[in-house]
Write a protein that binds this ligand. Structure first.
Ligand SMILES: Cc1cc2nc3c(=O)[nH]c(=O)nc-3n(C[C@H](O)[C@H](O)[C@H](O)COP(=O)(O)O)c2cc1C
Length: 401
């Protein structure tokens, strides 16, 4: 069973991630992870930090000569900004920035961030102790681990990609089904857009809206859509609440900083439509099993994949750090004070879409490892072949069995 952990502070020495349960012999290079790491840094509306960090991933355990060994894989991502924070964030007692340098303590919590609740929960007066870990800098590690999961998913022919569907008040209908069916082209078109929205007209309006928010000292959220193509029938389960794949995906996506809503398939729209317009008819198909002429289910029925593309959307709230700050309280005095302003993004929906992909990759990788098992790539592929053979047999209706 694949599991993972992340560790590290935003301005500490670096970020660590551990992923366990991958088969031995999986091809893995830091170059293969670089594409996603770079994408996470992109998007119109990001703050200055992204220009400082290279987010190069170094394998420090579990990989030898470009292949996994079967043990935990550990990644290390250096925070290049640490050199500017060493006196403030150093681990040893007595670490000091020196008289001349601002101590960067935080005493006024930002509404919408973890500052206030974290300070109360862990008993920190300097809220830097909260925001350093609560910061979405942590998502760099998730993206690195997600890219590893993506390499594992490639064994099964699974592709995961995303687009931004809305930013602020600007939204568009999303790519056509034909466009989704050509993931490499769509991926490139998305990458060519400053806001990861392949529709040029909508993208220009989104950029304009971010620009206006920045001018007003405000921030914006939005919605992104992630799809996984090439999934087999039968990942996840309906037999226990915590084995349902819809529940796992929702949990994973909602665990991403600032994600406040998740939809699968038609999502909330399904609640407004009659059943005849929501559910996907089952027709006797050809070679590949039953034919489903529509995909309102978003690829999941009963918490189990049904072989159609997985369709998940996530809604992100606006960034909590406002350059025109909301009122807050100085926790030392109890006096009203403007919320702390920490160098920040104006809009990070494009970056969040990459993090969303990573979380979907990790959840799907867990589901595959649960269903297919296998200690080596060779074993995984043999098990998968047998699973596919059985699935084909089970849909050879009317005389096949
Ligand atoms: C990719 C990404 C980048 C983010 N960048 C910032 C940022 O620069 N400043 C900020 O205040 N919040 C940022 N956030 C959002 C905060 O992490 C989030 O508001 C905070 O965790 C509280 O949200 P929560 O209540 O959902 O945890 C970012 C989130 C993501 C996913």
């Amino acid at each position: 069973m694949i599991r993972f952990l992340t560790s590290g502070e935003s301005h500490g020495p670096g970020l660590t991630g551990i992923i366990e349960g991958l088969p031995a012999g999986l091809e893995l290079t830091s170059d293969a992870l670089a594409r996603d790491m770079v994408r996470r840094k992109m998007g119109y509306g990001r703050g200055g930090r992204m220009a400082i960090e290279t987010d190069a991933v170094r394998f420090v355990a579990g990989v030898r000569k470009g292949r996994t060994l079967g043990g935990p894989v550990t990644v290390w991502i250096e925070n290049r900004d640490f050199k500017n924070w060493e006196g403030i964030m150093g681990a040893e007692p007595g670490t000091s920035a020196g008289e001349a340098v601002p101590q960067r303590e935080v005493f006024v919590p930002r509404p919408g961030h973890a500052d206030l609740v974290g300070g109360i929960k862990f008993g920190h007066q300097d809220l830097r102790n909260v925001l350093e870990r609560a910061s979405a800098r942590e998502t760099a590690t998730r993206v690195a681990l997600g890219a590893i999961a993506r390499a594992y998913l490639a064994l099964f022919g699974v592709t995961v990609l995303s687009v931004v569907r809305s930013i602020g008040t600007i939204s568009w209908a999303g790519p056509s089904e034909d466009a989704w069916a050509d993931p490499e082209t769509l991926r490139q078109q998305t990458l060519d857009s400053e806001v990861f929205c392949p529709d040029a007209k909508s993208a220009a309006l989104m950029v304009e809206e971010i620009r206006a928010a920045k001018k007003a000292g405000d921030t914006l959220g939005g919605i992104f859509e992630v799809r996984a193509l090439g999934l087999p029938v039968g990942l996840g389960s309906y037999v226990q609440w915590d084995q349902r794949l819809d529940g796992k995906l929702a949990q994973a996506l909602l665990s991403v900083q600032a994600i406040k809503g998740v939809e699968i398939g038609l999502g909330f729209e399904a609640s407004r439509l009659p059943g005849s317009k929501v559910h996907d008819p089952i027709l006797p198909g050809g070679e590949g099993g039953p034919l489903r002429p529509s995909n309102g289910s978003g690829g999941l029925e009963g918490g189990v994949t049904n072989g159609l593309p997985l369709v998940v959307r996530a809604a992100m709230k606006p960034i909590a750090t406002l350059y025109t700050p909301l009122p807050s309280v100085d926790i030392r005095t109890g006096e009203t004070a403007p919320a702390t302003v920490e160098r920040s993004d104006i809009c990070a929906v494009p970056a969040a879409s990459v993090v969303g992909e990573a979380m979907v990759c990790l959840v799907l990788a867990q589901a595959f490892s649960e269903k297919i098992g296998g200690d080596s790539v060779e074993e995984v592929l043999a098990h998968f072949g047998e699973s596919r053979r059985l699935a084909r047999e089970r849909t050879r209706w009317g005389g096949g069995q």
